[in-house]
Design a protein. Structure first.
Length: 425
């Protein structure tokens, strides 16, 4: 029996939630979600979400990459409950054991000499911290980012993000930010000069439509930054911690950035957290004499750090990076098989590890495929900056049988979209 949060019936719970969204949260979004058949989530465990009516779903949207360990991994939940009985949030005036331990852990895991961490509460805050760090360290104004990039929606991170529809209503954004084509080292080389504080790049663009750059691209970015004295920021908010079949996306090219941002999977999907990890030389150049220039009241709180420490243990103990590689290959092969069967609907399936993007021939198909998947008990999601690309991004704990089930549902959903819509322009 699914929890009803005090409502008299499943239908009453749905009506209450929908009305609250419509009146008090986001009226147009509420209507779109209702039209696409979105139920109310009431509980979750592992790769399964249960809705208000008791129906279960394989979670292949995965909280847009948050649920690397699935929902409520027992070891992470236990660590958080345990910490809750001691201390929940930092008093901020004293040393904090868990924040220090987590920073040490990240220094051990991160490539090269990346070793000084700053903790925030979300991905966009991690990016804000990294951009500020680069500016303060280099005393330079300019930032170079890539078209289609997604770095978050606070003003600094939005300035680096690469989709006009999200940026235009807020112009002017941060001055001195330029965008170049993703994956194109020559285009990057042409704009990175002695004015540039940082180049920020995702090892694989997630929200940009799951764009995997050519092999060696990150090494080129590294060399271009070195030549110009610019800070290389790898935004690993989505690609980090196993998602792409390596511990970090940068490992695909064996590259050590100057700063790496993390969030999403870092605390195992139980307590929000964001972080950047920096090389000491960069951090010291910015903050050695001014330790309070960039701070966060809630960042690195005990609950988040307890969750993250447990999550990193689970990632190692359950060998989830290897599982992401194996299950990712299975998922991509299956999605490509569907693409081959329905070439009028699916242009391409691509990805790295368990970040798989399905590029549709027309945006119109997605509005049918996602609800058809939901009907068949599988969640999937759009990518934020590419309107024709759907992402399949399940937890790294997903089993081979669960991938097969989701692929069968995906194939049937694509077939149904083709049946209903025919060939769209
Ligand atoms: N950076 C990347 C690469 C992301 O994918 C995202 C979110 O999707 C962000 C930053 C922003 O993270 P948040 O939504 O936690 O602010």
């Amino acid at each position: 029996m699914s929890p009803l949060y005090g409502a008299a019936s499943p239908a009453a719970l749905f009506d209450e939630v929908y009305e609250n969204y419509r009146k008090y949260l986001n009226p147009p979004l509420a209507r779109v979600m209702k039209l696409s058949g979105s139920p109310v989530e009431v509980s979750a465990e592992g790769c399964i979400i249960t809705d208000h009516a008791g129906k279960t779903y394989l979670d292949f949207a995965g909280g847009y990459g948050v649920f690397t360990l699935g929902h409520r991994h027992p070891r992470v939940v236990a660590a958080v409950k345990d910490q809750l009985d001691r201390m929940a949030l930092s008093g901020r005036t004293m040393f904090n054991p868990l924040m220090g331990r987590l920073a040490k852990r990240l220094a051990e895991l991160a490539p090269g000499d990346l070793s000084i961490s700053f903790f925030a509460n979300s991905g966009t805050e991690a990016v804000e911290g990294a951009l500020k760090l680069a500016r303060a360290a280099t005393k330079r104004p300019a930032i170079v980012a890539t078209h289609g990039a997604f770095h978050g929606k606070t003003l600094g991170a939005l300035s680096a993000s690469g989709r006009d529809a999200f940026r235009d209503p807020f112009l002017p954004l941060l001055a001195g930010v330029r965008h170049v084509a993703f994956g194109d080292a020559a285009a990057l080389r042409a704009v990175v000069d002695a004015n540039v504080a940082a180049v920020i790049v995702e090892p694989v663009q997630g929200e940009g439509g799951v764009n995997v750059p050519p092999a060696g691209y990150l090494r080129d970015v590294r060399a271009i930054c070195d030549a110009a004295g610019a800070v290389m920021i790898a935004d690993e908010v989505q690609t980090g911690l196993g998602r792409c079949g390596e511990l970090f996306g940068c490992d695909r090219d064996g590259v050590v950035p100057d700063v790496m941002t993390l969030a999403k999977g870092l605390s195992g999907g139980v307590v929000p957290i964001g972080a950047y990890v920096a090389r000491p030389a960069v951090w010291n150049a910015a903050y050695a004499k001014q330790p309070l220039l960039h701070t966060s009241t809630f960042g690195g709180n005990e609950l988040a750090c307890a969750a993250a420490l447990a999550a990193l243990d689970v990632l190692r103990d359950e060998d989830l990076v290897a599982n992401a590689r194996a299950r990712g290959a299975q998922l991509l092969a299956g999605a490509q098989a569907t693409a081959g069967r329905y070439p009028a609907v699916v242009a391409q399936a691509r990805g790295a590890g368990l970040l798989v993007g399905v590029e549709l021939r027309s945006e119109g198909y997605g509005g049918t495929i996602i609800p058809e998947l939901l009907k068949r008990g599988v969640t999937a999601a759009w990518t934020l900056n590419a309107q024709r690309v759907i992402r399949l991004e399940p937890p790294l704990i997903v089993s081979a049988a669960q991938v097969e089930t989701a692929l069968a549902a995906f194939d049937a959903a694509v077939a149904s979209a083709f049946e209903q819509l025919g060939t769209l322009p």
